[in-house]
Design a protein around this ligand. Structure first.
Ligand code: ZN
Length: 372
């Protein structure tokens, strides 16, 4: 399975058809919800039918290529979503098997629509998961929807301490003290296991699961590199199944992504409020992108608006048809947001597609943090 990285996305986005447009299709093939292939095949048919009715530019050859690929059967193991890009006219064909589900969509443009991938790649950063109790530790690295790495530690505690008689009370207290020390040592060892896996594999965030006291003591034992990566606590015990861990890990990643988006939108609001390095709304954002001032482009997921793009200088405009920069005749685009993201990716801007962020919607669905 090709790994989805920022670089892979930029490479994909760099393709531009000079002939008929590229058909980009995202299809949810998640086996947990759609057991039989017919389930997603029906959805694909509906998606393609909708596209032909809506957009006359949809080439029959591309729609057929996509149908053939999906219907001929592909290796579904570990695949929960498909991203297909076709432009038969220019002999361009790319399929990405995605380890996480995507929402069904079909887009027709002169370059591949990579916005949904741009959003996914952030959710796919590796996450460390450490589950601990008094004598056991299980450490995992979660990425691409699965547990890609694991380590275990078991340090058994003495069992026979509480069976002594009253006469040896002093001895029992000493033994209790000894047990506490063993537990504390075990938690330090657990933190070391986590650090070793971090050095081997690397992960962006670490989530620790355990009872309140165990959690607190484990966190206190973590290497500073890990403590700064510490994120939301995972509410699972050491006996959790792989599936439970994957579900909880994905939830944490989605939460982190939502928080990251919220923080960026808040920064955008603040910079607009203080009139420094921030713009919102389509017209101002286009202007900032035309001037190459954008550092981070923020777009609400699903926001579509029409506009113009100049084929000679690449400037975007809300109103056409004459380019204000060089007077050239601009091209009208039904989805100028796609052009906006396209130019941002080409010129090295960070792009953040925000899902369900009402604050960004209020700002006009699009905005940018500026370099100057
Ligand atoms: Zn121009």
């Amino acid at each position: 399975m090709p790994v989805i990285t920022e670089t892979a996305i930029r490479e994909l986005a760099a393709f531009r058809s000079t002939g008929s447009p590229v058909v980009s299709c995202y299809l949810d093939v998640d086996g947990q919800r759609q057991v039989r292939p017919q389930d997603y095949e029906h959805r694909l048919d509906a998606l393609l039918r909708g596209a032909t009715e809506r957009d006359s530019r949809a080439s029959k050859a591309d729609l057929e290529a996509i149908t053939t690929y999906v219907r001929n059967g592909f290796d579904r193991s570990g695949v929960r979503g498909l991203a297909l890009f076709s432009c038969v006219d220019q002999r361009f064909w790319q399929v990405l098997a995605l380890p996480v589900p995507v929402s069904n969509s079909l887009m027709i443009n002169h370059s591949p629509a990579v916005e949904p991938l741009e959003h996914l790649v952030h959710e796919l950063e590796p996450l460390g998961v450490l589950l601990v109790d008094r004598q056991r530790a299980r450490m995992f690295v979660y990425q691409f929807g699965e547990l890609i790495e694991r380590a275990e530690l078991f340090e058994e505690l003495p069992r026979d301490y509480d069976t002594r008689d009253e006469a040896s009370r002093g001895a029992r207290e000493r033994e209790q003290h000894h047990t506490d020390e063993l537990v504390a040592q075990h938690l330090r060892h657990s933190a070391e296991v986590a650090f070793r896996l971090f050095q081997d594999r690397g992960f962006a965030h670490l989530s620790v699961g355990g009872t309140d006291d165990i959690h607190a003591a484990t966190v206190a034992s973590l290497h500073p590199y890990l403590r700064e990566r510490l994120t939301h606590r995972i509410h699972l015990s050491t006996t959790a199944s792989d599936k439970e861990i994957c579900v909880a890990a994905l939830e944490i990643e989605q939460r982190l992504e939502t928080e990251k988006e919220a923080a960026l939108v808040l920064r955008l609001r603040d910079s607009i409020g203080s009139h420094s390095r921030g713009v919102a709304g389509l017209v101002d954002t286009m202007g900032a992108l035309n001037d190459r001032r954008v550092a981070t482009l923020l777009v609400s997921d699903g926001y579509v608006e029409s506009g113009w793009r100049c084929p000679s200088c690449g400037s975007l405009a809300r109103k056409g048809p004459t380019c204000r920069v060089d007077g050239a005749e601009m091209v009208h685009h039904d989805d100028v947001i796609h052009e906006l993201v396209d130019i941002a990716l080409r010129t090295g801007c960070a792009v953040e597609v925000c899902v369900g962020n009402a604050d960004l919607d209020v700002l006009g669905g699009v905005g940018a943090l500026l370099r100057y």
